[in-house]
Design a protein around this ligand. Structure first.
Ligand SMILES: O=C(NCCCCc1cc2ccncc2s1)c1cc(-c2ccc(F)cc2)cc(O)c1O
Ligand SMILES: [Mg+2]
Length: 214
């Protein structure tokens, strides 16, 4: 039977990158998506902005909503200090199966916990199931109509603390208008927009960085 795009992406990683070398995994995925098949990774241009936000923050506890094939998981985890932990949620079992292999190939499985399921189900269970009090950094890259309800859910579950940084992908394309309106007008957030492009294209897209003020 025909292979899936994530399966072909994993094959390209195993063929064109070095096991245990996260940067070579990132480069192999970007090359595959730019020259073979487009895929919805955050990509190299927005990925550099993600890198700078993570490097500046040096977070200990990270939540990623939307793993897909693990590209941004690898980008974030490779920058984390020893002992730091990244929990990444993926709804689609096929994507999760590929992501586990990409994360393992990059040699980052000790820093990453991939959980299969819906954000709305797992966010309320973060404390009792993972022993997480609050997150230092959250990367939102899942269903665009879940960014706002899940942000409110994280607030209500006490998972955000003064200074927690939310970074949201795709705020222009596909777009998250309700989320943008909320974080830009709420007195509980200091928000700023990083203009960029939709991964591997010339279309405008960008990342919104929002600091929770408590
Ligand atoms: O949908 C996107 N990303 C979410 C995939 C949904 C996976 C989920 C993960 C999860 C975890 C927990 N709970 C629930 C969920 S649902 C997405 C789409 C485009 C795009 C842009 C232009 C196009 F023409 C076509 C696609 C670009 C992007 O960068 C994206 O991130
Ligand atoms: Mg995205």
């Amino acid at each position: 039977t025909k292979s899936t795009r994530p399966q072909r992406l994993l094959k390209a990683v195993q063929k064109h990158s070095t096991r245990g070398d996260p940067q070579s995994v990132i480069s192999a995925i970007d090359h595959f998506c730019r020259h073979r098949e487009w895929a919805m990774n955050v990509g190299d241009e927005k990925g550099s902005i993600l890198d700078s936000v993570v490097s500046e923050l040096n977070p200990e506890k990270v939540l990623e909503l939307g793993t897909y094939c693990g590209y941004s998981t690898v980008r974030i985890a490779r920058l984390l200090p020893p002992g730091a932990r990244l929990i990444t949620l993926e709804f689609n079992a096929d994507y999760a199966a590929i992501a586990r292999q990409v994360i393992a190939w990059a040699g980052l499985e000790d820093k990453v916990q991939l959980v299969e399921g819906a954000s709305g189900d797992w966010i309320p269970r973060m404390k009792e199931h993972f022993g997480i009090e609050t997150f230092d950094f959250v990367f939102l890259d899942h269903w665009k109509d879940r960014y706002l309800p899940d942000t409110k859910l994280m607030e209500d579950c006490g998972l955000l603390r003064k200074g927690t940084v939310l970074l949201a992908d795709n705020v222009i394309c596909p777009g998250v208008p309700d989320y943008l309106e909320y974080v830009r007008n709420s007195l509980s957030y200091k928000s700023c927009y990083f203009k960029s492009h939709l991964e591997y294209t010339k279309a405008e897209d960008g990342l919104e960085k929002s600091v929770f003020l408590g």
